[in-house]
Design a binder for this molecule. Sequence first.
Ligand code: ZN
Length: 430
Amino acid sequence: MLKRFPPKFATPAELADHQLSGLQWTVRHAWDNSPFYRNALEAAGVTPEDITSMDDLRRLPFTTNQDLAAGYPFALRAAPFSDIVRVHASSGTTGKRKVLCYTQKDLDDWQTMFARCYELAGLTREDRVQIAVGYGLWTAGIGFQLACEKFGAMAVPVGPGNLEIQIGFLQDLQSTVFCCTASMGLLLAEEVHRLGVKNSLNLKKIIMGAERSSSAMLGIMHEFLGVEEIYDIPGLTEVYGPGTGLSCSHDNGIHYWADYYILEVLNPETLVPVAPGEVGEMVYTTLRKEGAPLIRYRSRDLTRLLEGECPCGCPFPRHDRILGRSDDVIIFRGVNIYPGQVDEVLTRIPGIGSEYQVVLDHGEDGRDYMLITVERSRNGEAVSDGQVIKAIVSGIKRTLLVSCTVELVDYGTLPRSEKKTKRFFDRRRF
Ligand code: ZN
């Protein structure tokens, strides 16, 4: 396993050594080359010489997206412009985009990490990889493509959207791998089913990024497209872009490339590590990133670390799928709810489809109400409406500790989109 793009360690102790030397290099590099980090480290009273063990990670100051906004556009730059060969940008929360700088080494490292994803997903040089994600300032399209070429498979860079062209190329070029968002994968599956052209395709695998997906969505893609494997690829522009880890065929969370970055999972309020298995915010520290190194960068993404070894044999540690963003946490009747929890509940309930909407509203009695509208599955008649509603209400009560009303609608009723599908609507007035 992973012979072409192997881990840079053989044992957990070697990984720890590798991470410590990478941490020391990063703090020194940031101190020497970035006024922003120099100020932040001095304010925290830490110098590069102070980093002597992994415990010293906790002494380092956090970096946030506000820091990126305040120092726009080159906030985290830690290499001379003559060494910066590319920038990428993603949307920021305050209106300004987040701009990240890359040296050639950063791009090479990113491609190596991403090529490792293709290797873990079992691709060969014979595969044909149709890339249906965005190009341009985004890291998505070019990330998928350059790594595909480095890996040695054939890239089919179609770009996002346009189902007709996608299906045409899937048929004519016999693409074996499709890279997309979960929403796009669902749209494609439903369109292929509607046209009745599944047997003209040669798709084996889907690699999906950028969005949560439910078991029902995955089920539809397996059935309508005939794919054998569906992989989840995490990605954050600040941490190179997509390809910094991959789910495996055992569907056991996401293996992440711990030889390129340190991942902490912290309580977003207290900023101390959560207990193993508990949900917290993902905080990144890169080990060899030159153009825009990250020191304890708060991503706002929520997940949990998964313990133990994965039966697939991949030696990399794992985190769960992204369960939401700490910015998205909704306070409902005094309880903190994050949208991914609703996915988790619905995923376990038979007889429903992939699509749902949650509406929070303020009742005339002054109380808040939650209405969940859920699609029935296509052939879900074996379970009665009453049973489905009861299962959802009790699942939500057990997991979120709140009450809800459930409305069932026919399969195909709720809107689909090619990008991220909006599922939460908060109509309360504060
Ligand atoms: Zn695994």
